[in-house]
Write a protein that binds this ligand. Structure first.
Ligand code: COA
Length: 175
């Protein structure tokens, strides 16, 4: 049984992430969305909110594209990714490459993960062109300023972002 571990901070998950995960799901027996607890990033959403959005996003993407999601799991992990992956049978780390600029950082991470654990390989999928300009930060930036991002995230994530920024504006007395 081969397992693709797809790590990230997913603050929030986007169609770009889901596209990579579902493509990996057709290549591997199992895909695990692995949300890093100890990410150095300061996140907008709590851990629970991010897990919830990934789960809802998977269900929506599967329904919309008529895909099977029964081999996709969601979990969280703390500590080093290179250690965490060993919980699974025949694991490989999956990463999406959006542009050449991603390569340098990904190359460094892949080598460091293998340095930590020689059994861990990283496989790269080229991000779909239609989502290759996405990042979670850019989505939050557009959402914060009421821009158009409706087709770039699942409806549930869109709603959560809308709530987050509108409630924040209200709390700050802007609405
Ligand atoms: N579509 C859309 N967006 C994508 C994407 C895709 N296919 N691939 C990446 N992104 C976005 C991410 O959402 C993220 O956006 P943000 O920076 O605006 O939040 C950005 O691209 C960078 O992604 P990434 O480098 O994967 O950051 P991350 O925080 O999501 O994940 C971990 C980093 C969690 C994988 C890494 O820190 C880790 O493994 N941590 C565990 C501790 C550890 O082992 N550290 C040593 C690693 S060598």
């Amino acid at each position: 049984m081969t397992t693709a571990i797809y790590p990230g901070s997913y603050d929030p998950v986007t169609y770009g992430h889901l596209n990579i995960a579902f493509r990996a799901a057709s290549l591997f027996d199992k895909v695990v969305f692995a949300l890093a607890i100890n990410s150095s990033k300061k996140c907008l959403f709590t851990l629970e909110e991010r897990l919830d959005m990934i789960r809802q996003g998977i269900a929506h993407y599967a329904k919309e594209k008529n895909l099977n999601d029964s081999n996709i799991e969601v979990t969280q992990f703390d500590g080093l990714l290179a250690n965490f992956v060993m919980k699974y049978e025949k694991p490989a780390i999956i990463r999406g490459l959006r542009a050449v600029t991603d390569f340098e950082y990904e190359y460094q991470m892949a080598l460091m993960n293998r340095y930590q654990n020689y059994q861990v390989d990283t496989l790269f999928l080229i991000a779909s062109l239609r989502y290759s300009f996405l990042s979670s930060s850019i989505i939050k930036e557009i959402a914060r300023h009421n821009g158009d991002y409706k087709k770039l995230v699942p409806p549930y994530v869109y709603g959560r972002l809308w709530e987050k920024f509108n409630n924040q504006s209200r709390e700050n007395g802007k609405v």
